[in-house]
Each structure stands twice: as C-alpha cells, then as structure tokens.
Design a protein around this ligand. Structure first.
Ligand code: C5P
Length: 223
C-alpha cells in the first residue's frame, strides 16, 4: 500500500502545525507536530535541572517519552502520560532548549523511531517539522516546504502567546526566531532545508486556510 504521509517542513512560526492540522482533519488523517517531541524532551531536561550538555541522561528520557508521549490529533494537545503539557512546551525557554538539543546527533537518532512509530501506526498522517521530507519520511509522496518572513512569524508567535496569557516582547521574539533559524539552518545534522522534491510555499501573505487548501489540491493531484 502507498505510504500515506504528507510532510510539511519549515522554520519556526511559519504556520506548519496549524496548516498540518487543517489538512489532516480534511483528509481524516492524524497530524503530528514533531517539534513537540523535541520540546517535550527539552521540558524534561529543564525540569530535571539537567544541562543540555549532559547527554548521558538522555536514554531514560527517551524511553519515558517513547512509552508515554501522546498527541491528540483533533485538538493538538500534547500529553506525557496523564499530564497535559501543551502550553508548557511552548514557553520560549523550552523552544530554545529544544533547538539546542536538536543539534545533537544522539538526540536526533533516538527521536527518529518515535516519530516514525507515531505515524506508521496510523492510516494516514500529516507531519510537520524540520527534516520530515529529508530524513524521517524521505519516501513521502507529497512534501511541502513552508516559509514566511521572520517579521510575520514573530508576529504570529506573539499573538499565539498573548492569547494564552503569556506576555512577551515582539522584538525579543524576533531575536529568538532569528537565533533559532540560525541554529536550525546551520546545524551539521539534518539541517532545515527543502527536500529536492518538495513544493515550496510562502505563507507571509496568505492565511493558513489558503495554504491548507493549496496543499489539499496538490494531494488530490497525487492521487
Ligand atoms: O517546530 P518547533 O518550533 O516546535 O520545533 C522546536 C525545535 O525543535 C526547532 O527549533 C528545531 O530545532 C527542533 N526540531 C527539529 N526537527 C524537527 C522538529 C523540530 O530539529 N523535525
């Protein structure tokens, strides 16, 4: 049977996860935001007061995540066991730590089977991240590379955090986005880049619904 996966890669705040969720719900597929898995690992590191350089500790966290991590497709909520961590993993501190840990080969290697397992247990999936089309699902029949200007991305993050009652400074967010882009684009292993067979879309001036609609049209053409 054909692999039913649509990959959406792109930088922080490009709207990947919202778009992935819309597309998945239209197709009746699950959606998986793989950044949330990196963020969950970062949260566990942070709460255990472990430095991002102490990677010997990673093994127990990985098995913990592998057994207990769950993402609810209909709402996008993230759980570790019974505990909901959807908002906590969006905190700027966790974002930063996630992107630092994501530079490590040992981290990426261990998170790889978790990402594949979540998807392949299901009938069809829309997955978003940085290396979905290049590393995790290189055989996906439809790959999207979604971008938007850094300014637009910072504004979206600001709105999202603000809605959740987290006060942040837009200039600070813009600085963080640049810093994270820099790290994600330039790391040695699985850097953020479009797969050679990906379709690039720019969401700066489009709504997430419009982008989702375009992706659904590409999906129809592939069928
Ligand atoms: O997508 P999101 O911004 O939630 O991801 C958080 C961080 O996790 C990113 O900045 C990136 O460094 C890392 N990540 C990754 N590969 C993925 C998904 C996320 O390296 N597939």
């Amino acid at each position: 049977e054909k692999l039913k996966v649509i990959t959406i890669d792109g930088p922080a705040g490009s709207g990947k996860s919202t778009v992935a969720r819309i597309v998945a719900s239209k197709l009746g597929w699950i959606y998986v935001t793989t950044g949330a898995i990196y963020r969950t690992l970062a949260l566990l590191f942070h709460e255990a007061n472990i430095k991002d350089t102490d990677l010997e500790n990673i093994e127990r966290f990985i098995s913990f995540i592998s057994e207990r991590y769950r993402q609810e497709s209909s709402t996008g909520k993230v759980f570790i066991g019974e505990r909901e961590i959807t908002q906590e993993i969006k905190a700027p501190l966790v974002s930063e730590l996630a992107s630092i840990l994501a530079q490590e080969d040992s981290v990426r290697k261990r998170l790889l089977p978790i990402q594949r397992k979540v998807v392949l247990n299901n009938h069809g999936a829309v997955v978003d991240g940085r290396d979905m089309g290049t590393v995790v699902f290189p055989d996906a029949p439809l790959k999207i590379f979604l971008t938007a200007s850094a300014k637009e991305r910072a504004e979206r993050r600001w709105k999202e955090l603000n809605q959740n009652g987290q006060k942040t400074d837009i200039k600070e967010l813009l600085r963080e986005i640049h810093e994270r882009d820099e790290r994600d684009l330039n790391r040695a292993i699985a850097p953020l880049k479009a797969a050679h067979d990906a379709i690039s879309l720019d969401s700066t001036k489009s709504t997430q619904e419009e982008i989702a609609k375009a992706i659904l049209q590409f999906a129809m053409q592939k069928d």
